[in-house]
Each structure stands twice: as structure tokens, then as C-alpha cells.
Design a protein around this ligand. Structure first.
Ligand code: NAD
Length: 466
């Protein structure tokens, strides 16, 4: 039996990054993965949804070409070609990760892993064969699974999860989305662009609860409604029934019970840590609910057993898992690094995009911070105007006396890219003045960050409210 320094259970963004970094640091590493490397993110999450987002945005843009001085004929989605593009993109990236593992001499074992001891894993291979791997350290990175929908009728044909929603073979005339969180809203925007009439049912009072600043979530709801989406918040979905080919969803708000018909129902009500059936309970590993309990170095309660990614709870984001992967790899190989979540951004690929990092206005106030909010609208940014994407704002949450940036919240064109500057500002403890005295190229979208920062000293140049 080969003796490894490290076994990583799960080859998603957390697991494969941990494996690469540990190999860079000299460890002999094995990754155990039951499916394709890349996990949910690469295979059925971030990457394929962003392919659909990008293509459907292109579709909308082409059909708005006249406004940009270009003549075209009417564009339409070619669903089989779109699915091919998605598959090819995913396959290329999965293949890229496999190549990286190979280049770092990391062994990839295909099969389902089960921890039998803190220093040994049992693997059941696709052939049914069973083998054992002996290791010095184990990193648990088994990810998350779709939360089972707590709604009667969720097993009816036509009721789908985000995984099935990625395979679009026809465009439903009426899509009903249960859950106005990140997944629900991203698919809502994709289907809206394809021509579906979209309705969203959300049980909390606003969309995107806890994912961004409340003001931005409210503004997004307003924009989506203006475009024709139906959004019902503060509702409790009671039952889904089928009447012929139509799905009928009953929900209740504070006043009354309502029924709505749809051709397809997407359930997107969250994900849960995937920690069952891999030997953790039998091993005596401490869990917080379903999440693996870890300390700041990502160590579990068992010696030489570590855990990262969605399985440890917190923000279920690929980039949060990746940073944990880097931290844990250093700790496995002898460092004592603590994971730092201050600059983990939340990015939401709606139309317009939303991105947030650091404290929201509400969180800052709840923590008793004396804050000053400064904002700048994309409608006053030349680049946004050229792009024809002027909906949205930059909102900075700053410490009132020092101007230290506690949070950055964006809604607008390329917000998911622009947040990188906000993440750096939060991570480095930068002030509004630091941003304001950083020269931003013209004409670019990041100038909106500069202008919002200037607002801290009432010095915004390209917008006035008088
Ligand atoms: P989520 O927690 O973001 O949203 C679920 C939503 O469903 C919440 O708003 C919740 O209030 C609502 N809800 C729950 N039960 C409900 C019910 N019975 N009826 C109506 N509404 C109900 O979860 P998600 O959208 O499923 O995403 C799962 C995870 O994946 C999240 O952690 C998310 O951050 C992550 N993710 C990230 C990205 C990204 O980074 N762009 C994209 C997709 C998913």
C-alpha cells in the first residue's frame, strides 16, 4: 500500500486547491474523488451557470444592437448549441484541473472515500473494488448537496433543482422559482432572457437575505419587477400539484392563500454540508449540525484531520473554499496559518450583477460602529453609459472618523469583477481617501469606486443631487 503524506477527500475547488498547494510545499498527495474533479462549482454550479448567463446576456445585447448603431437580424437561442458550448467549457476546465494535478504528481483516485481511521481511507471504486489508503493527514472537502425541498409535490415531473435546470432542452413559457436567493435569481435572469415569464416566491421579506446589502436587494427587486418578473416575498409555499401538464403552486402570505400556475418549478432553497455516509460520525468527528466543526487553522477535533469548503458551513462559495484550501495545505505541511474571511466577496450574476464584501450597513450599525455611507450611481459613469448599463450604484460603508472601508456593495455592470478593488480595500484596511487618491483610469467602470470614495469628503465630482 502506498503511504501518502496527505489524502484529500473531494476534488472540488477547496480540495484540488489544497492538493496543489500541499504538493507545491513538497507533500505526497492523493485526491479521492467519486465524480469529476472540480466539484459542484465546475461541473454543476458556478461555471455552467455563468456560461448560460454570458450567452443569454449576449442574446439580449444582440437584440439591442440597434441602440448601439448596429443593424442585425433578430437573434434567438439555439439550445442544443448552447448546451454544447456549456459542456465544452466545463470539459476544458475539468481537463485543465486534471492536468494540473498530474503536473504536480498528485495521484487522483476515482471512487467514493470513507474515513476508517484518522490516518486511513477506504475507497470504493466505480468497478466495485475496494482499496485502502494510508496517510499522515486527511483533508475533508466533500462539499455540499442541494437541500431537500420541504414542500409536498417537489418530486413531481417538471419540478427541478439547479442541477436539472442546467440542461435546458426547451424554454418553459412560465417558470416559477421557489427561493429568491443566489441560485434562484441567477436562473430567473437566465430564463427571463430566454423569454420565460418568471415568478419568484421568497419566504423572507426581501430577496437575497444575508447575501448583500438590503438596499441593493430591494433595488434589484424593483428593477426585476419593472422588467416584468413577478416577485412575492414573505410567502410560505404550501404545496405543488400537477393538473395535466401544468404545475400549480399554492402559497400563503400574511393575508391570504394564492395559487399560481407554471410549466416548470425550480426549487432553490439552499444547500447543506455533504457530511453523511463518509464515516465522520463513527470516527467521533465533531459536527455543528451537519457542518464539520473546525478551528481557525481548519483543524477538526481529531489529530491530523482537517476540513474545508462547504462541508464546514459558513459562506458556501468556491473562492472561500479555495482560500481555505490554501490555508489548510500550509498547516498540513507545518505552518500555523489562521483563515481570514474578511475579504471574501459575495458575487451574484443577476442582471444587473451584485457584489458585496465586508460589513453591510445593517451589520456595521448592529456592531455599534459609527459609520458614514457614501454612494455613487452608475448612471453618472461614462463607461456604464457607453455600455448601456446604467442601473446600479456603488455603496461604501466607512468608519465615520477614519474613513476606513468596512464594506463595499455594488450593483451594476461588471460588479462581480469590480468587487476585487473593494476586497483589497477591506483586506488592507484602506480608507476612502486611499481609494480617492488612487488614480483610476478613464473612462472605466472603477471610476465609480473613486467617485463614491470622494463622497466621503463631500468631494464627488461627476454627480450632484442639487
Ligand atoms: P441561498 O441560501 O442563497 O437562497 C435560498 C433562498 O431560499 C433564501 O432566500 C431563503 O430565504 C429561501 N427559501 C428557503 N426556503 C424557502 C421556502 N420554503 N420557500 C421560499 N423560499 C425559501 O441558497 P441557494 O440560492 O440555493 O444557493 C446555495 C449556495 O450556493 C449559497 O450558499 C450560495 O451562496 C451558493 N451559490 C453561490 C453562487 C455565486 O457565488 N454566484 C451562485 C449559486 C450558488
Amino acid at each position: 500500500m502506498t503511504q501518502y503524506d496527505l489524502a484529500v477527500l473531494g476534488g472540488g475547488p477547496g480540495g484540488y486547491v489544497a492538493a496543489l498547494r500541499a504538493a507545491q510545499l513538497g507533500a505526497q498527495v492523493v485526491v479521492v474523488e467519486q465524480d469529476r474533479v472540480g466539484g459542484t462549482c465546475l461541473n454543476i454550479g458556478c461555471i455552467p451557470t455563468k456560461v448560460l448567463t454570458t450567452s443569454t446576456e449576449l442574446l439580449l445585447k444582440i437584440n439591442q444592437a440597434q441602440a448601439f448603431g448596429i443593424t442585425t437580424t433578430h437573434a434567438a437561442a439555439d439550445l442544443p448549441a448552447l448546451m454544447d458550448y456549456k459542456r465544452t467549457t466545463v470539459d476544458t476546465l475539468v481537463n485543465g484541473v486534471e492536468q494540473l494535478l498530474k503536473q504536480w504528481s498528485i495521484t487522483l483516485v476515482r471512487g467514493s472515500g470513507y474515513v476508517i481511521r484518522p490516518n486511513a481511507l477506504r475507497v470504493t471504486h466505480p468497478t466495485g473494488d475496494i482499496s485502502e489508503i494510508s496517510v499522515r493527514h486527511i483533508i475533508l472537502a466533500p462539499g455540499s448537496i442541494t437541500a431537500p425541498p420541504p414542500i409536498s409535490g417537489s418530486d413531481l415531473p417538471g419540478v427541478i433543482t439547479s442541477t436539472e435546470a442546467l440542461e435546458i432542452t426547451e424554454i418553459p413559457a412560465r417558470l416559477l422559482v421557489i427561493g429568491g436567493g443566489v441560485i434562484g435569481l441567477e436562473f430567473a435572469c437566465i430564463h427571463e432572457a430566454l423569454g420565460s415569464q418568471v415568478t419568484i416566491l421568497e419566504m423572507m421579506p426581501t430577496l437575497l437575505p444575508n447575501a448583500t446589502d438590503e438596499a441593493l436587494a430591494k433595488r434589484l427587486a424593483l428593477l426585476l419587477r419593472r422588467r416584468g418578473m413577478k416577485i412575492h416575498t414573505d410567502v410560505k409555499v404550501q404545496v405543488i400539484e400537477s393538473i395535466g401538464k401544468t404545475l400549480c403552486v399554492t402559497y400563503a402570505n400574511t393575508a391570504k392563500e394564492e395559487r399560481i400556475e407554471a410549466d416548470r418549478v425550480l426549487i432553490a432553497v439552499g444547500r447543506l454540508p455533504n457530511t453523511q455516509g463518509i464515516g465522520l460520525k463513527e470516527l467521533g468527528l465533531k459536527l455543528n449540525g451537519l457542518a464539520i466543526a473546525v478551528d481557525e487553522t481548519l483543524a477538526t477535533n481529531l489529530p491530523n484531520v482537517w476540513a474545508i469548503g462547504d462541508a464546514v458551513g459558513g459562506m458556501m462559495l468556491a473562492h472561500k473554499a479555495m482560500v481555505e484550501g490554501r490555508v489548510v495545505a500550509e498547516n498540513v505541511t507545518g505552518s500555523q496559518r489562521k483563515v481570514d474571511y474578511r475579504s471574501v466577496p459575495n458575487v451574484i450574476f443577476t442582471r444587473p450583477e451584485i457584489a458585496s464584501v465586508g460589513l453591510t450597513e445593517r451589520e456595521a450599525r448592529e456592531q455599534g460602529a459609527d459609520i458614514r455611507i457614501t454612494q455613487f450611481p452608475f448612471s453618472a459613469n461614462p463607461r456604464a453609459r457607453i455600455l448601456g448599463e446604467t442601473d446600479g450604484i456603488v455603496k461604501l460603508v466607512c468608519e465615520a472618523d477614519s474613513g476606513r472601508i468596512l464594506g463595499v456593495h455594488l450593483m451594476g455592470p461588471h460588479a462581480t469583477d469590480l468587487i476585487a478593488e473593494g476586497a483589497l480595500a477591506v483586506q488592507m484596511g484602506a480608507t476612502a481617501d486611499d481609494l480617492a487618491w488612487t488614480t483610476h483610469a478613464h473612462p472605466t467602470l472603477p471610476e465609480s469606486m473613486l467617485e463614491a470614495a470622494l463622497g466621503f469628503r463631500d468631494a464627488t465630482l461627476h454627480f450632484h443631487t442639487r
